[in-house]
Design a protein. Structure first.
Length: 215
C-alpha cells in the first residue's frame, strides 16, 4: 500500500496537473451546449437568442396589429383595439390565460383600471430567424406602469411578445413572457399544471369584474 502511494506521488511530480485555460473552441462548445439546454420561450428560441435578434421595421400588413398592441400596453385600448383578434384567440402571460376576444379585452381593460397610465419605454419589432414563421411577430418591449398620483413607475417590465397571426392577419395567439423567459404551462409537469389552473382562474375573475362587451 505504501509503495503504491509513493508511486502515485512520484507520478504527480513527474506530470503535474495543468491549470492552463481551456482553448477557445472548447469554451465555445461548452457555452453552446449550455445555451441549448436553456428552456425555449414561445418564439421557439432561448431567452438569450431572442434578446439578440436585430430590430426591423413593420410590414404594411402588420401595422394595424402593432398599433393595437401599443394602445393595449399604454392602457389606452378602445373597443376597436381588439378587432385584431380572432374570436377564439388566446392570450397568455405570467398573470393569466385569457381565451377568446372578450376575455382578452377584459384582461387589458382590467389592467387600465389598476394602473393610471403605462409608458412604453422601448418597443422593438424583431427580425424573425429562419425557424420562426413570417406570420409570427416578435416584439421586445419595456413598459413602465404608474399607480394613481405617482410620478415614478410602480413597476417596469421587459417582455417578449410572440404574436401569431392567420392568413387574414388576425391574431390567433398572443404570448407575453417577462424578460423573454419561458412561460409555464401544463406541459411542464405538476407545478406548471397548478400555475395554469391559477392563471385561468385569474382570467375568469377578471371577466366577472370587468365584464365582456355586449355584441
Amino acid at each position: 500500500m505504501l509503495a503504491r502511494f509513493t508511486s502515485i506521488r512520484l507520478c504527480l511530480r513527474a506530470h503535474p496537473i495543468s491549470h492552463k485555460p481551456l482553448p477557445p473552441i472548447i469554451l465555445r462548445r461548452m457555452s453552446s451546449s449550455k445555451e441549448n439546454n436553456q428552456p425555449k420561450n414561445a418564439s421557439g428560441l432561448t431567452a438569450s437568442q431572442s434578446k439578440a435578434l436585430k430590430e426591423r421595421t413593420a410590414e404594411p400588413n402588420e401595422e394595424k396589429v402593432i398599433c393595437a398592441i401599443k394602445e393595449m400596453y399604454s392602457c389606452l385600448a378602445k373597443e376597436s383595439t381588439f378587432d385584431i383578434y380572432t374570436q377564439d384567440a388566446i392570450f397568455h402571460d405570467p398573470i393569466g390565460i385569457a381565451e377568446g376576444k372578450g376575455s382578452i379585452r377584459a384582461q387589458f381593460v382590467g389592467l387600465a383600471k389598476i394602473f393610471e397610465k403605462a409608458e412604453i419605454l422601448k418597443f422593438r419589432i424583431l427580425s424573425n430567424p429562419s425557424e420562426v414563421p413570417s406570420t409570427t411577430i416578435l416584439i421586445d418591449q419595456d413598459v413602465a406602469y404608474y399607480r394613481k398620483s405617482s410620478s415614478s413607475p410602480f413597476k417596469t417590465i421587459n417582455s417578449l411578445l410572440t404574436i401569431k397571426t392567420n392568413d387574414e392577419h388576425l391574431v390567433t395567439s398572443h404570448t407575453e413572457e417577462w424578460n423573454h423567459n419561458k412561460e409555464t404551462t401544463s406541459d411542464d409537469g405538476f407545478i406548471g399544471m397548478l400555475n395554469e389552473h391559477r392563471k385561468k382562474a385569474t382570467a375568469r375573475i377578471t371577466n366577472i369584474i370587468i365584464g365582456e362587451p355586449k355584441c
